[in-house]
Write a protein that binds this ligand. Structure first.
Ligand code: XUL
Ligand code: CO
Length: 433
């Protein structure tokens, strides 16, 4: 492989919390065994292509600030150079997985057929890179939101020709993901929502999305793709009302279309915040309904109300999220995808490396904290004790009808006594970890 902008970086190694080397992990010791398996198999870290290789620092107020060699020249040659650099970055970070949208890895062609051919050709190129390096695909997805044809939605578009174009695009992206051994396939409904009901038939659009997802699930079974299809909820941005608002809304949608056994969720910290939830709430809801899949790991800014997609750096906060993940049985086919981008002033290649080192160490440290909370068991014991009344066979709520329960309640000699929720004590307990 020819040199890339990452060639001069060593592979980052674990040196422990005492290390002063900025190019070292302090907490991410991939082979450290926790709760019966190595940390790397718990976290299943993934670098995302779109923020790390494609994002150029432009924002609504200004021009691109980040210039990389593969952002120029003949589009397919540039796509190959980008892939070379991507796999070199994966080598530097020592992460086992990556993720991409079709448009991140292959350019749009002159028409649909040429575009799909570009995706397939770059899929083969990525397959060779995977074989050479051992890096695996956590998930693939299709970009159904950037091009103007998708401005009124992909599956939910008023124009059936856009629905069909989107179907062809997802079919190819799923084929490529399957060929690359992807562990999951993701659908984020970037433009599946609306700005005003004055021009929108909401019921029709949601039905179109249900039909689209059913077709994708049928096709997944047809080609024998083993991984789950994952929906990524987000309440707003880019549209004002996104249909896949949050975990609970998506569960209702899946139930309505009978897809709750085939489709799971890819949850994202910043999206949870935009929905007015915590990350751990969204994970707990997904666990409750058996639809937890994977995580996009990033953070928002408490002072900004949009999807800033910053690298995570708040270990106490993430520990609460990972505690819920572990309570649900951990990441199985899922992983931790750094859907996170450097700020537009961070223009050097090493900014990208430092961002990932910090994010990976934050994930490792908070995961180890969550694992310690699980091993300790006191938090779980407090919760179990709080609901212990339900385990007694003789409680008044055991009856089979409202009348039976009402009669049992009236027959009780003493009224129920309020019990402390012990919130502060439990918060103190968590802080000790
Ligand atoms: C957008 C977002 C996407 C998805 C993949 O907010 O999170 O990057 O993760 O389409
Ligand atoms: Co995301």
């Amino acid at each position: 492989m020819s040199d890339t902008i990452f060639s001069s970086f060593p592979t980052i190694r674990f040196e422990g919390p005492g290390s002063d080397n900025p190019l070292a992990y302090r907490h991410y010791d991939p082979d450290r065994v926790v709760l019966g398996k190595p940390l790397k198999d718990h976290l299943r870290l993934a670098v995302c292509y779109w923020h790390s290789l494609v994002m150029n620092g432009s924002d609504p107020f200004g021009a691109p600030t980040i210039d990389r060699p593969w952002m120029h020249g003949e589009p397919m040659a540039a796509a190959r150079a980008k892939a070379d650099a991507a796999f070199d970055l994966f080598r530097v970070l020592g992460v086992p997985f990556y993720t991409f949208h079709d448009r991140d890895v292959a350019p749009e062609g002159a028409g649909l057929s040429e575009t799909l051919a570009n995706t397939r050709e770059m899929g083969e190129y990525l397959g060779r890179k995977q074989a050479e390096t051992g890096t695996r695909l956590l998930w693939g997805t299709a970009n159904l939101f950037s091009h103007p044809r998708f401005m009124a939605g992909a599956a939910s578009n008023p124009d059936p020709e856009v629905f069909a174009w989107s179907a062809a695009t997802v079919k190819t992206a799923l084929d490529v993901t399957h060929a690359l051994g992807g562990a999951n396939y993701v659908l984020w409904g970037g433009r599946e929502g609306y700005e005003t009901l004055l021009n929108t038939d909401l019921k029709r659009e949601i039905d179109q999305m249900g039909r689209f997802l059913s077709l994708v699930v049928d096709y997944k079974h047809k080609i024998g793709f083993q991984g789950p299809i994952l929906i990524e909820p987000k309440p707003r941005e880019p549209t004002k009302h996104q249909y896949d608002f949050d975990a609970a809304t998506v569960y209702g949608f899946l139930k309505h279309f009978g897809l709750e056994r085939d489709v799971k969720l890819n949850l994202e910290e910043n999206h949870a915040i935009l929905a007015g939830h915590t990350f751990e709430h969204e994970i707990a809801v997904a666990n409750a309904f058996g639809i937890f899949g994977s995580l996009d790991i990033n953070r928002g800014d408490p002072l900004l109300g949009w999807d800033t997609d910053q690298f995570p750096n708040d270990a106490p906060q993430l520990a609460l999220a990972f505690y819920q993940v572990l309570k649900g049985g951990g990441l199985t086919t899922g992983g931790l995808n750094f859907d996170a981008k450097i700020r537009r002033q961070s223009i050097e290649p090493d900014d990208l490396v430092h961002a990932h080192i910090g994010g990976i160490d934050t994930c490792a440290r908070s995961f180890l904290t969550a694992a310690a909370m699980i091993e300790d068991g006191r938090l779980a014991a407090h919760v179990a004790d709080r609901y212990a009344g339900w385990d007694r066979p003789d409680h008044a709520a055991a009856g089979h009808s409202l009348e039976e329960i009402a009669a049992a309640a009236e027959a009780r000699a003493i009224a129920p006594k309020p019990r402390s929720g012990r919130q502060e004590m439990l918060e103190n307990l968590v802080n000790r970890f």
